[in-house]
Design a binder for this molecule. Structure first.
Ligand code: ASP
Length: 416
């Protein structure tokens, strides 16, 4: 696979001719390669925990193998996400949530922070691995984004097989869809994470749910010193019954971060009351960010979107700067969670800009999730990796499957 440009610390402008000259030179390995992956931020039922951990580990192994033999960050994130798309545990590829008309519709984006190239596809129904189609868009097209049958035809013209959508649909998901429709019909839709959005998408924007205190199950909290004072502080009140009694008043979103040398640093506060068994489902977009030995960053995100989504709906995952972004001059990021608020805040770019402005990724990740909640009542998770190898993970959902590969080893977890 093609190797991206080395990082250009002094300028945003890299002339293509300069770039290709640099590519032909063997750059000595200077950076400890790092790969971070996520398998979605939501409620992960206890009986799905092991599958999430092992899926994330397999993805890490695939990507880490590429990085440790000197491969590119772009190849590593593509390989990691391909493994997760192939694993029906996750809401990506086969086994994804179904649209309201019972089909799988997939979105994916891949970005190379060295060459500043991106490729995305959305609403594809006949591709087993949309992240591979996104790679083809990145490499083979002057365009950045294709949708629907145009995306499928583009991928097919570059060698990808077109499959029957039924091959992507699991009975498990047919049952989930039927249950979701029944709950909606009975007025019992689960609004733990979507708040009022399914009813009236304006409510989260105003920050004042129309029916008084939100029934949202989990909130990020705001430190008492106001250090995460981003937007409205008090708009969304947690349902006290859903919070762990031990939660400190000043709790920030669960977060983890550090440097390659400090991979097991402060695990952060985990203060959700785990009611995932009562939810009985999970919501598992996948993503990866990587830094390779040459100092190039890359990011990839792939999703089947949200359960019972209207056909044609596109979430944040594949939108550049929303659920995925990478630039060697700032950071690489992949997000997961309730897509509409993430899109409105262009949250991926927001987070990478903070790293470019000097924030540690660990802090920027937590701030991004606080901003998501405090501004729009959104819920989700983030993995964020800087060009110096420092990273951050955060989520305000009960769980987020994650994995980290550094030269010193592999780690996985279901919360931070
Ligand atoms: N962000 C995705 C979407 O809204 C869903 C997810 O991350 O689970 O489509």
């Amino acid at each position: 696979m093609e190797q991206g440009c080395p990082p250009q610390p002094d300028t945003h402008l890299t002339h293509p001719a300069q770039c290709s000259t640099i590519i032909s030179v063997t750059t000595p390995a200077k950076h400890a390669p790092i790969l971070l992956v996520h398998g979605g931020a939501w409620a992960i039922p206890a009986d799905a925990a092991a599958a999430h951990q092992s899926g994330v580990r397999s993805a890490l192994e695939a990507g880490h193998a590429i990085l440790s033999r000197g491969g590119s960050a772009l190849d590593a994130v593509e390989a990691a996400v391909t493994v997760l798309e192939d694993d029906p545990t996750f809401d990506a590829g086969r086994g994804s949530f179904l649209t309201s008309d019972g089909r799988v519709q997939l979105d994916a984006l891949l970005m190379d922070g060295g060459r500043m190239k991106a490729g995305g596809v959305a609403c594809v129904e006949r591709l087993r691995n949309p992240i591979k189609a996104a790679r083809l868009v990145l490499e083979k097209s002057p365009h950045v984004y294709f949708v629907g049958s145009g995306a499928e035809q583009f991928a097919h013209s570059h060698g990808m097989a077109l499959i029957d959508n039924a091959e992507l649909v699991l009975d498990r998901e047919r049952q989930r869809l039927a249950q979701a429709k029944a709950r909606h019909a009975a007025g019992l839709a689960d609004l733990s994470f979507t708040g009022q959005a399914l009813q009236d998408d304006k409510d989260p924007e105003t920050g004042v749910p129309s029916d008084g205190p939100s029934s949202l199950g989990w909130e990020t909290g705001v430190p008492s010193d106001g250090s995460l004072s981003l937007g409205r502080k008090t708009a969304f009140q947690p349902d006290p019954g859903l919070l762990d009694d031990q939660r400190p008043d000043s709790a920030a979103p669960g977060g983890l971060g550090g440097s390659p040398q400090d991979a097991a640093s402060d695990p952060g506060q985990f203060w959700w009351k785990d009611n995932s068994s009562s939810k009985g489902w999970s919501h598992d977009t996948v993503g990866a960010v990587a830094l390779d030995a040459r100092g190039n960053l890359a990011a990839a995100t792939s999703t089947g979107g949200t359960l019972n989504k209207t056909p044609g709906r596109v979430g944040d995952s594949s939108l550049i700067g929303c659920g995925c972004y990478a630039d060697n001059l700032s950071a690489a990021v992949s997000l997961t969670g309730w897509g509409e608020p993430i899109m409105k805040l262009v949250l991926g770019k927001w987070a990478t800009d903070r790293v470019a402005a000097g924030s540690a990724p660990e802090i920027a990740a937590r701030e991004a999730i606080s901003y998501l909640y405090n501004r729009l009542g959104g819920h989700g998770g983030i993995i964020l990796l800087g060009p110096d190898g420092r990273f951050g993970l955060a989520h305000n959902t009960p769980a987020m499957a994650w994995g980290l590969a550094t030269p010193s080893g592999l780690q996985t977890g279901l919360s931070v």
